[in-house]
Design a protein around this ligand. Structure first.
Ligand code: CA
Length: 244
């Protein structure tokens, strides 16, 4: 998967869902690497992206960089403990927090501290249970914050049909494949060479400009439906990406 340069910090995307939509990211704050990775695997399987930090002092930077939908926060951490982290985060941000503790008796004490965590889980836990709790909290908080949060872009492979914000977008087969590839990883930059490879499996002789003109047409069609914001962006010198 992704290369990891910092042993205490790594980000993974979940496998692309059928309909392209941004995956909520779960920030896992846990210094036991194996446990953190096990949780991450379960979160990926449930359709979430994850980022792991192993030191309480790295939480602020991770929150700013990844804007997680929820944070799983271990109580005993190097650098800064879970209680201090929870307090500081709560002072500035309302990201849902699930605190993880190694002792069930600790939960009463934590509740008494009124840290503002959304839920508490005791180790050892089953990862399945953690996923269920995360889902429940996200359902709850999203119901409050976003009454109707549907995927903006829906790509129906079988019927070769694309809708954006509920409106159908008529695309040529090449434009369809282009959009499908870009939307498989929103935010990821695809080079022209990579796009060419994917668009023309028969290795017909085509130039970079061919990609540019297909992108231009695709953009025009998407913007006709959703003029307010551009979805397909060119990244100077690199290629193209889609932002949903
Ligand atoms: Ca710990």
């Amino acid at each position: 998967m992704n290369s990891v340069t910092d042993p205490h910090s790594s980000t993974h995307a979940a496998p692309p869902p059928a309909a392209a939509s941004a995956q909520p990211l779960i920030l896992i704050v846990e210094d036991e690497r194996k446990l953190a990775e096990l949780l991450a695997d379960y979160m990926h399987a449930a359709g979430y992206a994850t980022h792991i930090v192993g030191d309480g002092r790295d939480v602020d930077a991770a929150l700013a960089a990844h804007a997680p939908a929820l944070m799983l926060l271990d109580l005993m951490l190097p650098g800064k403990d879970g209680i201090a982290v929870c307090r500081d985060v709560r002072a500035t941000c309302d990201v849902p927090i699930v605190m993880v503790t190694a002792r069930v008796e600790e939960i009463d004490r934590l509740l008494g501290l009124e840290l503002g965590a959304d839920d508490y889980i005791c180790k050892p836990f089953s990862p399945r249970e953690v996923v269920a709790r995360v889902r429940a909290i996200l359902r709850r908080t999203r119901a409050v914050q976003e009454p109707v949060r549907e995927a903006r872009l829906v790509i129906d492979d079988e019927r070769h049909r694309v809708t954006l914000d509920g409106h159908e977008v008529a695309l040529t087969p090449v434009e369809f494949r282009l959009l499908r590839l870009l939307a498989s990883h929103p935010g990821r930059v695809y080079s022209r060479a990579r796009l060419l490879e994917d668009l023309y499996a028969d290795h017909r002789v085509v130039t970079d400009r061919t990609v540019d003109s297909h992108v231009k047409n695709l953009r025009k069609k998407l913007e006709a439906v959703s003029p307010a914001e551009a979805l397909v962006h060119s990244v100077y010198g690199l290629g193209y990406k889609i932002e949903l």
